[in-house]
Design a binder for this molecule. Sequence first.
Ligand code: MG
Length: 256
Amino acid sequence: MAPKHKAIVFSDFDGTITLKDSNDYLTDNVGYGHEKRRAGNIEILEHRVTFRDAFREMLESVSANKPNFPECIELLRANIKLDPGFSTFYAWCLSQDIPVIVLSSGMEPIIRALLTDLVGPTADKIPIISNQVKIHEDGKGWEIVYHDDSDFGHDKSLAIKPYKDLPDEDRPVMFYCGDGVSDLSAARETDLLFAKVGHDLITYCEREKVPFTVFHDFKDIHETVQEIIEGKATVKEVAERPQKEKDFGKKKEVLN
Ligand SMILES: [Mg+2]
């Protein structure tokens, strides 16, 4: 049997499909600020704290200062922009019957609102697997509701595994695109991992020896996925491409 879809693209949302991470934006501008957030991200990367605990604390600092959740969404709608290559890539995926599935540690209402704004009506076809939000009935705030019991809050490998477990002849080629600490649970799960240049996921992959391919924006992802789908390159060839691209990623590493 041939696979139902020739490929599936799983993607992180914040900082990957969007240029800025919406939760980072809220934390830096509404919550406890950039410095403390970066310190928290380093703690997660060094395994001294779980993503689940650090992220909850981050969002609690936002909720304390902006208890009205719809106002948070409006702030993000005004400030978060789409990766310049995503719309074209997504339209191509639709034309090829390649599902694009968002796996996010963010909260679903924010992601849905931003996707619809930024991508347009076809964004409805993008499944979102993410955390949720609970709005307190007394109107005094909101909190994140995690997807599962894992230390990640949302263990992104759970959505990928059913495809990974399919017999070889039924398996689609699987891609994952990500940028940061929320992607650690997915990093080893697909055939090819795209990690955004200059961001924390690269630091992690280099340290843990997880193979990855650097991307700058979705135009790079589009080019590579299309090459593979059209049989011009194999996943293995792409993964083994010159190290200089990866070195470039390392040199350009900045604190985001
Ligand atoms: Mg991200």
